[in-house]
Ligand binder design. Structure first.
Ligand SMILES: *Cc1c(COP(=O)(O)O)cnc(C)c1O
Length: 397
């Protein structure tokens, strides 16, 4: 499906709002409310515990994984859902590091999302024995991959700037140096076509509540390359990753394939919402999505640069070096974003000075882009952001 005027009506977007924050929390697919209600009433309500079998709850994490696999260029049977992204990062990293004994360095970059860095720091501390996280500037990643590196842990698209790493180049360099490559697809899955298998990625993970629209707290996914699946030891060895969970064996034996990365009871209601969202994704041509996303982003960047000389573009102009967002810097970025939100244009702010706008062709139109540019231009020209109520920081920015 390449006609995105047909996907927009599938989302419940509030009247008068231009939503440019689907890269942070995707909007509600109209079918999700009914789908979740059905799961609650017909499955939980009527089937009670038998729904684990009768409604197929137990297989949802792999069924949804196979549908996400198409979007990220993964082999069937190599993606499974569960937990949050931070936990999936930890799992991928712990398994990868154990597959490369003798090396002690996890390599990441300063554009990575802090939670990924924190998880790596926590893992190093738990392992002790000289394990360290090395963080370099995003432009220095390729050059920093040497024989000391056990694993690269890179988020493909920088959450602040939208800068995109070259997955193939970094993965190839990692392999040539004897390292494994772990990729975080938080700002990639559903943003553009990803080619995990073609790039030779070892592990990957990502979330579903951003571009994929599964709702707040939606489960994350993890990818393990087929060649590693029966070798990767799950560090979080929960009962649902066991080979036979219902044998209730006191000793852990990892399950077959990527299923071993499951930990505990899956969040069924949240997965029902994701299931509804995936009905839309199943029909989306990712190349058409990318072309439209670049056209929208180019149009927004050109419009803002022409109308708002005080804002500095933080996102690379080169199409191959960016994801599906456009970011601008301004020292008063927080207040400007609050003023924008007050006028119905929703993006977000990322410290210290980034105004971030996500472009999601499924429901963002050219009219939205032009409307957002016009409102931003007025806010900047008339200093409408310069009011105390826009400067008071809220808990979530
Ligand atoms: C959004 C995001 C997270 C969030 O992790 P959760 O555990 O889902 O809260 C982690 N890493 C990256 C790169 C992100 O963009």
């Amino acid at each position: 499906m390449t006609d995105f005027t047909q996907t927009r009506p599938l989302f419940d977007l509030p009247e008068g709002v231009i939503y440019l924050d689907g890269n942070s929390l995707g909007p509600l697919p109209k079918s999700a409310a009914a789908r979740v209600a059905r799961t609650i009433q017909d499955e939980w309500g009527q089937m009670l515990i038998t729904a684990w079998n009768r409604a197929g709850w137990m297989d949802l994490p792999s069924r949804l994984g196979d549908r996400i696999a198409r979007l990220v260029g993964a082999e069937a049977g190599s993606v499974v859902l569960g937990d949050t992204l931070s936990i999936k990062v930890y799992q991928a990293l712990a398994s990868a590091i154990e597959m490369n004994l003798g090396r002690k360095v996890i390599l990441s970059d300063s554009g990575n999302f802090p939670s990924d860095l924190y998880m790596a720091q926590g893992l190093c501390k738990t392992l002790g024995d000289g394990y360290t996280l090395k963080v370099v500037a995003p432009e220095e990643v390729l050059g920093a991959i040497d024989e000391s590196v056990a694993v690269t842990m890179i988020t493909e698209v920088d959450y602040r700037t939208g800068r995109r790493h070259d997955m193939k180049a970094i993965t190839d360099r990692a392999h040539a140096a004897g390292a494994l490559a772990v990729w975080d697809l938080a700002h990639s899955a559903g943003a553009f076509p990803v080619e995990l298998a073609a790039c030779g990625a070892d592990f990957a993970c990502g979330c579903t509540y951003k571009y994929l629209n599964s709702g707040p707290g939606g489960p994350a996914f993890i990818y393990v390359a087929p060649r590693h699946q029966n070798r990767a030891r799950p560090a979080l060895s929960g009962w649902l990753g066991h080979e036979a969970p219902f044998a209730f064996d006191p000793d852990y034996r990892p399950g077959r394939g990527v299923e071993r990365m499951r930990v505990g009871t899956p969040p069924i209601l949240q997965m029902a919402a994701l299931d509804a969202a995936m009905e839309i994704w199943d029909r989306v041509d990712m190349n058409a999505l990318r072309a439209t996303s670049l056209a929208l982003t180019d149009r927004f960047i050109a419009g803002v640069e022409a109308a708002c000389p005080d804002l500095t573009l933080a996102t690379p102009r080169d199409h191959t070096s960016r994801g599906s967002q456009a970011s601008f810097r301004h020292p008063e970025g927080y207040a400007i974003m609050q003023a924008l939100i007050a006028e119905g244009v929703v993006g977000d702010f990322r410290a210290p000075d980034i105004l971030r706008f996500g472009f999601t062709p499924l429901y963002t139109s050219v009219q939205d882009v032009d409307g957002a540019v016009a409102i931003l231009a007025r806010i900047m020209a008339e200093l409408r952001w310069d009011r105390p109520e826009f400067k008071a920081r809220q808990k979530v920015t």
